[in-house]
Design a protein around this ligand. Structure first.
Ligand code: F6P
Length: 340
């Protein structure tokens, strides 16, 4: 049996560990063959497919990004089911493993509903997929954001400035919540919770009055209570979603003007998705790869792997899609006690 593997959507540290686990165990233990699909769904509809062998995956777990490349392409805009069937048949591909976030898994579900043998592996640094407790890439992003804020604190302390650190998180504030707590931020602002400028300035002033250089951690998708749409000055992505980034730069001058504290903003952006994955992400990604392999061997099409507690489980695509895993009010409120 020959299995096609694609990675699609924004990259996440750990993608290569999934690919390695699949190819290594699939070829060595189960006698499967693999075909690497270049640049996500784009490569599948274009027939950009090549054999993937053990040699190709040696030592790649510690490597960031994806050796297969990725893109934000919707296969249904480029021939859909018919085109996918054509390419699978001409390249001798019997089944498909799609590694990606919500958009990728939604496309995989549509293909599966149409009879294409496909299983999924969830991926997102934002950690916003409800069906799985954690996605790989999230731990690495939190680690990078925490280290960055530790650095911002020493320069902020030296100049007695307020530092605003903007982290990723389009719809959910998990990266902001975890890295903000780890770095000891004096305010954490997340997409789930609109907040007023008065409240933010109160936290900043309180920290300053205690002799601290205030640190504000804000998720890219955060909205002030006066905003109806996310801040976006960079147009739309391939799925028509606003490109985010820059809310920290919006907040900084207002904080400075209202509190009188000199303020600087730093947007961490794609640094959070780059570089070497943490050990946790490598292990999680490897286990998810093995889980996907088991589903392929059992011909359990239309399912994706997920982490529940410490167990790797299978969940149908439909239960994995639809609702986002947002930060619960109670989780945010316990953290709010640390603000100011
Ligand atoms: O979906 C994950 C994510 O990292 C978001 O947090 C961010 O808004 C987006 O991807 C950035 O996408 P791109 O890499 O296409 O700029």
């Amino acid at each position: 049996m020959a299995i096609g593997i694609l990675t699609s959507g924004g990259d996440a540290p750990g993608l290569n560990a999934v690919i390695r686990a699949l190819v290594f165990s699939g070829t060595q233990t189960h006698g499967l063959e693999f075909l690497g699909i270049r640049d996500g769904w784009k490569g599948l509809v274009e027939g950009d497919v090549a054999p993937l062998v053990r040699h190709d995956v040696m030592g790649i777990s510690k490597q960031g990004g994806t050796i297969l490349g990725t893109s934000r392409t919707n296969p249904f805009e480029f021939g859909g089911v018919e085109r996918v069937q054509e390419v699978m048949s001409s390249s001798g591909m019997d089944a498909l493993i799609a590694i990606g976030g919500e958009g990728t898994l939604a496309a995989a579900k549509r293909l599966s509903d149409a009879g294409i043998p496909v299983v999924g592996v969830p991926k997102t640094v934002d950690n916003d997929l409800d069906a799985t407790d954690y996605t790989f890439g999230f731990d690495t992003a939190v680690q990078i954001a925490t280290e960055a804020m530790d650095r911002l604190r020493t320069t902020g302390d030296s100049h007695r400035r307020c530092m605003v650190a903007e982290v990723m998180g389009r719809y959910v504030g998990w990266i902001a919540l975890h890295s903000g707590v780890a770095a000891g931020a004096h305010a954490i602002l997340i997409p789930e919770r609109k907040t007023s400028m008065d409240q933010i300035c109160e936290w900043v002033t309180k920290a300053k009055d205690r002799g601290r250089a205030p640190l504000v951690c804000v998720a890219e998708g955060f909205l002030l209570d006066t905003m109806t749409d996310v801040h976006s000055a960079r147009g739309l992505d391939a799925f028509g979603r606003p490109r985010l980034g820059g809310i920290g730069e919006v907040l900084a001058p207002i904080i400075e003007e209202r509190t009188g504290i000199e303020t600087r903003a730093t947007t961490l952006g794609h640094i959070q998705r780059g570089g070497t994955p943490t050990a946790f992400d490598r292990v999680l990604a490897t286990r998810l790869g093995w889980g996907a392999l088991k589903m392929v061997l059992a011909k359990k099409w239309g399912y994706m792997v997920a982490l529940r507690g410490t167990e790797i489980v299978d969940v149908p695509f439909e239960s994995a899609l639809g609702s986002l895993k947002t930060v619960p009010d109670a989780r945010y409120e316990e953290v709010m006690e640390l603000f100011g």
